[in-house]
Every structure is written in structure tokens, then in C-alpha cells.
Design a protein around this ligand. Structure first.
Ligand code: SF4
Length: 197
């Protein structure tokens, strides 16, 4: 896996120059990834927001901070145990959903990230990430929490943390409680992968 580091650095440099879609003209900077390129877990979100665009790192705004806390409560350190990126690497103006054309233009970067990091587990945060990677449309509430096989890996859709910010209840059955249960499933599978054979 160490050999992946140099290609990932090259990918980040190439992304920084990318102008394949119109989002290049409004971004402050390209947001490629954060976390551990050797992690067994990849988290894929929709696209950068204002904080991410400013800092050049994914999931660092309020949503990202909430995701970090939820992962930590399940025993997953987002920077040590995960590699985090997005479907599109540049911020859509006004935080709108990236268009199908923008997602398609950015797809080769994501495919390279997946190939280089080679994670056995992938979390898809929110409906746009599910649609962007799998082409599956549908309510995220019906998809979340279920493992799906994909190209020799296991994917799990989860609710987007921005939705959880708008629904802060932690009562049993609430979106936040369901996400905590989903992340505990992820931690259990990470522990299985780490266990000696
Ligand atoms: S969103 Fe992706 S394809 Fe579009 S300019 Fe940014 S890096 Fe390139």
C-alpha cells in the first residue's frame, strides 16, 4: 500500500489543475481528501461546502465535525481509520447538488482514489453519494445501514450528517440513533478485518 502514496500525491496535484467541469471557475481550491490513505475504510460524500472550499479539506465544516463525533463514538477515528473524499472535488455554488455532468466529469478522479486506496469498506454519506457512485436513485432512509457488495468491496449508505444536523434528536429510532447503529456495524466489520486469521 505504501506505493499508493506517491500516486495519490500525483493525483492531488493533477486535481488541483483540473478544469474538466464548470465548478473550476467558482472554487477557491480543489478538495481532494483527508485521512489515512492506508485505511480500510473510505468515506465518500457529495461535494465540498464553504468551509471545505476554504480549507481544502473534505468534511471539516459543521457536518464533518458531527460525522467525526459520531464515528468517534463508534470507535472510529476519522483521520486514522478512514480516507475521506467526495463525489465532486470542487464546491458547487450555494452548496447545490452537483449536476450529473459534473459528477461524470469528476468520476475518473474518484475511481483513481478507490483503486489506489483499495478500501475493503466504503461508506456513502447521503443520497447523492449513493447515486453518484452506484447510479441508484431512491430514498436514503430505505438504503442506509445495509451492506452492498460492489466490485469486491462492501459499501454501506448512511444518512448525510447535514441531515442529522437538522434532526438532532438522539431518541431511539431517530436518524442520529440509526446512524450511530450503522457506524457500530462499520466498526464491527473493521474489527473483523483487523482480527488475525
Ligand atoms: S469538480 Fe472535479 S471535474 Fe470538475 S473541475 Fe473540479 S476536480 Fe475537475
Amino acid at each position: 500500500m505504501a506505493q499508493a502514496l506517491e500516486p495519490l500525491q500525483q493525483l492531488a496535484l493533477a486535481c488541483a489543475e483540473c478544469r474538466r467541469c464548470g465548478l473550476a471557475s467558482t472554487r477557491a481550491q480543489v478538495v481532494v481528501s483527508r485521512g489515512n490513505p492506508r485505511a480500510r475504510l473510505m468515506v465518500i460524500g457529495e461535494g465540498p461546502g464553504a468551509q471545505e472550499d476554504e480549507q481544502g479539506l473534505p468534511f471539516v465544516g459543521r457536518s464533518g465535525q458531527l460525522l467525526d463525533r459520531l464515528m468517534a463514538s463508534a470507535g472510529i477515528d476519522s483521520n486514522r481509520d478512514a480516507y475521506i473524499c467526495n463525489i465532486v472535488k470542487c464546491r458547487p455554488p450555494g452548496n447545490r447538488k452537483p449536476t450529473a455532468a459534473e459528477q461524470a466529469a469528476c468520476r475518473p478522479w474518484l475511481e483513481q482514489q478507490i483503486a489506489l486506496v483499495d478500501p475493503p469498506l466504503i461508506l456513502l454519506a447521503g443520497a447523492t453519494a449513493v447515486q453518484g457512485l452506484l447510479g441508484v436513485k431512491g430514498g436514503i432512509t430505505g438504503l442506509r445501514g445495509q451492506w452492498r457488495p460492489w466490485q469486491g468491496r462492501w459499501l454501506m449508505p448512511i444518512l448525510h450528517p447535514s441531515y442529522l444536523l437538522r434532526n438532532p434528536s438522539e431518541r431511539p429510532g431517530s436518524p442520529k440513533a440509526l446512524t450511530q447503529a450503522d457506524l457500530q456495524q462499520v466498526q464491527a466489520r473493521l474489527a473483523q478485518l483487523a482480527a488475525p486469521l
